[in-house]
Design a binder for this molecule. Structure first.
Ligand SMILES: Cc1cc2nc3c(=O)[nH]c(=O)nc-3n(C[C@H](O)[C@H](O)[C@H](O)COP(=O)(O)OP(=O)(O)OC[C@H]3O[C@@H](n4cnc5c(N)ncnc54)[C@H](O)[C@@H]3O)c2cc1C
Length: 284
């Protein structure tokens, strides 16, 4: 089913849009959609934590406008592996020069794509999030916005595929407001089914002043659970996963340094997590 190549010679594939569901409530100012795609004829090998490169039609003479999207459901979650999903936020921006509002090219193309249409894509891109070897291992997930996509896969994998998990599983998840808590709002409550798992706890963080773009208080959520976070990150088997927008990391790192007691103490712990492949991150 391989079709063409992009400018760098990487293989491109074709997928058909099978389902497009808005997963933020209708009254939320943000539109985020869960898109299920089917790669005809052959399984798609992308894994949790990896992205696909969507080749949206380009503008101004460019054939493509390529953009990355995290895999929200790997092919391996479906029967024959041909279906997979991505989670896309409709992106608009204000031009600094003329103050006009422009639609982001790839995100609007994807959010407006009708069911049955085809899209070209490349990948998978990036390193997959590896799972801890032992079911007793701790899992800390820290995410923002569409960064929750790989965490949803992780949580489903451990409680549905593995059946249970004995270590502590902690999700620190931030969004501008409660309406934008993806997979945990009135439009889609997918993750709510796991709150009854004895080893799972989710902590949500929002922005105190979303209209003014005040930062989401993920750092506070971590600080409120300082003792448990500190105990978990020092264990030799805990894995930490971070996914979301780039600018969340400095605040998260600052909170973790505070929890550790100093930047030096946190740097040491983080190095040990990284050296043993227990620190996983995808930022954008
Ligand atoms: C590793 C990775 C994973 C990602 N995963 C996801 C995901 O799972 N879900 C998701 O929704 N997004 C994800 N993204 C973001 C995604 O790749 C796109 O960047 C996003 O959808 C916007 O693309 P766009 O084509 O719609 O916008 P574009 O048209 O590319 O515009 C994006 C930005 O470019 C700037 N810009 C472009 N043109 C102009 C101009 N003329 N004047 C001023 N500024 C301009 C603006 O700052 C604007 O905000 C990910 C990104 C990375 C790097």
């Amino acid at each position: 089913m391989q079709t063409t190549q992009d400018d760098t010679g990487s293989k491109l594939y074709t997928a058909t849009l099978v389902r497009s569901q808005r997963i933020t409530p209708a009254d939320s100012p943000e539109e985020v959609r869960h898109l299920v795609l089917r790669r005809e004829g052959k399984a798609f090998e992308g894994k949790m934590g990896q992205c696909i490169r969507i080749m949206a039609p380009g503008q101004y003479g460019n054939k493509y406008h390529p953009r990355l999207y995290l895999i929200a459901e790997p092919g391996s979650e479906r029967d024959d592996g041909t279906e997979f999903a991505i989670c896309v936020k409709r992106h608009n921006y204000i031009d600094d020069f003329n103050g006009e509002r422009y639609p982001g090219i790839a995100s609007n193309y994807l959010c407006d794509l009708p069911v049955g249409a085809t899209v070209e894509f490349g990948g998978p891109v990036g390193y997959p999030f590896t799972m801890p070897e032992s079911r007793q291992a701790g899992i800390i997930m820290i995410g923002m916005g569409t960064g929750i996509a790989p965490f949803r896969v992780l949580i489903r994998t451990i409680y549905e595929k593995y059946g249970s998990w004995e270590g502590k599983v902690r999700l620190f998840y931030g969004a501008k407001s409660g309406l934008e808590m993806l997979y945990m709002n009135d439009a889609n409550k997918d993750l709510a089914q796991y709150v009854y798992q004895p080893t799972f706890k989710a902590f949500q963080a929002i922005s105190p002043r979303p209209a003014l773009d005040a930062p989401v208080e993920l750092d506070k959520a971590l600080e409120q659970n300082a003792a448990e976070v500190w105990e978990m990150v020092q264990r030799a088997d805990t894995h930490v996963y971070v996914a979301g927008v780039n600018d969340m990391l400095p605040r998260v790192e600052k909170a973790l340094a505070g929890i550790a007691g100093s930047v030096a103490a946190w740097t040491k712990v983080k190095k040990s997590l990284q050296d043993s492949d227990r620190w996983h991150e995808v930022l954008f």
